[in-house]
Design a protein around this ligand. Structure first.
Ligand code: ADP
Ligand code: ADP
Length: 232
């Protein structure tokens, strides 16, 4: 469970202070698919960066498994980061590395040995249906295949939480639904909590169990998808 408590974040810029998030409190239940929707500039990316510990809140806190992440030591933070993975709109793959090389990359960083990496990569390839692309380069893949590499890479370290930042925004509707169905399988079969940042309503309606609506740095509504979007 991720607990966000009275989280505010402002940035100091040349033009003064920008309030990106104001007093956000949310519970992200374990094993949920939690959508965060809002228009551009609403604060979605800032919220995600606070969850993956790339950004420090100005006020408030984030608890993961009941632990306030601002109190973690450097070593604990590094360990915790392996439990929170991320996939991106533009995939962020290394162009000079094969599909296997990209999927195994976080494990190299984490210091795994070659044999263990090979074993883990060969478990991950079939999970995203890329067995026959192991030795291809990103430039040889479609957008959907690239995102499947991104998903496999994100799962490499066996995370508990998968953060998806506009992960389907660069994809056509058909490819979007195939990626969403992979995410749903991962949620159900591996028991991961998935947080999806999006500006697309369809994404929320298709797979999310819960949703929070952000507007102008505030959370204006949150609850299960039925509570928020399906009127009685
Ligand atoms: P969204 O992801 O919903 O588009 P962001 O979290 O990117 O929203 O941005 C929220 C607000 O914070 C915007 O007004 C944006 O300009 C501002 N902002 C985001 N990141 C920074 C930054 N690093 N420095 C200054 N302002 C920022
Ligand atoms: P690079 O693109 O960096 O040259 P490689 O293609 O050599 O990377 O592979 C990177 C890692 O993935 C290595 O640890 C390798 O053992 C593993 N690997 C390569 N091909 C496969 C495969 N078909 N199945 C499983 N693991 C593989």
């Amino acid at each position: 469970m991720i607990q966000i408590r009275n989280l505010s974040k402002s940035y100091d810029t040349l033009n003064g202070r920008v309030q990106a998030l104001q007093d956000i409190s949310l519970d992200i239940p374990e094993r949920s698919i939690f959508g965060i929707i809002g228009s551009s500039g609403a604060g979605k990316s800032t919220l995600v960066r606070c969850l993956n510990m790339l950004e420090k809140p100005t006020e408030g806190k984030v608890l993961i498994s009941e632990q306030d992440i601002s109190t973690l030591s450097k070593t604990e933070l590094r360990q915790k980061r392996q439990k929170i993975s991320m996939i991106f709109q533009h995939f962020n793959l290394l162009q000079s590395r094969t599909v296997s090389g990209n999927i195994g990359f976080p494990l190299e960083i984490a210091g795994w040995d070659k044999t263990a990496i090979r074993k883990r990569v060969s478990e991950l390839l079939p999970l995203v249906g890329l067995e026959d692309k192991a030795d291809s380069y990103p430039s040889e893949l479609s957008g959907g295949q690239k995102q499947r590499v991104g998903i496999a890479r994100a799962l490499a370290t066996k995370p508990e939480v998968l953060l998806c930042d506009e992960a389907t925004s660069a994809l056509d509707p058909k490819t979007t639904s195939s990626i969403l169905s992979i995410l749903k399988d991962i949620n159900q079969n591996l028991g991961l909590t998935i947080v999806i940042i999006t500006h697309e309503m369809n994404v929320i309606k298709d797979i999310c169990t819960h949703v929070a609506v952000l507007a102008e740095s505030k959370c204006i509504e949150h609850g299960t998808v039925e509570e928020v979007f399906i009127s009685p």
